[in-house]
Ligand binder design. Structure first.
Ligand code: GLU
Length: 299
């Protein structure tokens, strides 16, 4: 069987400007794609309109450009993909793999046990809606006890998905499609063969693989790079007020991102041009050198 040609991607959410944490995922996915002579696509994950910061999507693209990233093809915007997400949800409805749910958060929280990402839905609506209420979410029937997968950096995982995640939401009661559904539909649509992204998404990976199985879609290979952590052990993010990265110190930031990814770039390159640093990076990228840690505290 011929392996599919490499297609990688970077999928930022426009909830704020790029910061060092997101730069690491961008650099790792870019270098891995280019070193495999693959394509590198950008997908703007602007699904969650209420969380979006106006202007952030353009700002992210301009910053990537200023850092010397070159992407293939047009940017895919999730905000324009509702039809595709609905069609996939309809397929899952036909296959009886999802069900509507009109429980409130409160009702769930009162009786659910704690899981990996909050309360595990106890299945109240699995056999029919249990109360009169118009708005409803759609949940996936998680009937798999264990899901085992290999991460190319972090190793093997055995997720007890039924116990720790439960029946997860694919479409929210407010009509927004959930990240888990959108990412699977779009990775398939864009023909993504290799996902390289931050380790905060390790827990999501088993849900995505489960959806791919259910929809008979190919599963890409997954590699989760360590997150940049603050001194308090939190992930560097918009919530922890990570500084935006700017064009004027692109060489230094890129050098530090390469250093973070285990590449040991020589010191003199801190003073050289962006193209010189990229050339060095393309010649020295090795996925095996990326630290096998889920978070590394920044000094
Ligand atoms: N949009 C997600 C983020 O910015 C990344 C999703 C993914 O790579 O699957 O954290």
């Amino acid at each position: 069987m011929n392996p599919r040609p490499y297609v990688g991607r970077f999928a930022p959410s426009p909830t704020g400007p790029l910061h060092f944490g997101s730069l690491i995922a961008a650099v790792a996915s870019y270098l891995d794609a280019r070193c495999h002579h693959g394509q590198w696509l950008i997908r703007m994950e602007d699904l969650d309109k209420p969380r979006e910061v106006p202007g952030a999507a353009d700002d992210i693209l301009r910053t990537l450009e200023a850092y010397g990233f070159e992407w293939d093809g047009p940017v895919l915007y999730q905000s324009q993909r509702d039809e595709a997400y609905q069609a996939t949800l309809d397929t899952l409805i036909e296959k009886d793999l999802v069900y509507p749910c009109n429980c409130s958060r409160r009702e769930v929280a009162d009786i659910a046990h704690a899981g990996l990402e909050g309360p595990v839905y106890p299945g109240l609506c699995r056999h029919g809606l249990s109360r009169e209420r118009k708005t409803r979410a759609w949940r996936f029937k998680t009937d798999v006890a264990h899901l085992v997968f290999k991460d190319e950096i972090q190793g093997m995982f055995d997720h007890r998905i039924q116990r720790d995640i439960g029946d997860f939401v694919l479409k929210r009661a407010d009509g927004l499609f959930a990240y888990q559904l959108a990412v699977v539909v779009d990775d398939a649509e864009q023909g993504i063969t290799h996902v390289v992204r931050g380790a905060d998404l390790l827990n999501s990976t088993s849900r995505q693989i489960l959806l791919q199985f259910s929809l008979k879609l190919a599963t890409p290979s997954y590699a989760h790079v360590p997150l940049a952590g603050t001194a308090d052990g939190d992930k560097l993010s918009k919530q922890t007020h990570a500084e935006p990265i700017t064009a004027d110190n692109a060489v230094e930031m890129l050098w530090q991102a390469m250093q973070f990814l285990g590449m040991a770039p020589p010191k003199y390159l801190r003073k050289e041009s962006l193209p010189d640093l990229w050339t060095w990076g393309l010649n020295h990228w090795e996925l095996d050198k990326v630290p096998k840690q889920q978070m590394i505290e920044l000094q």
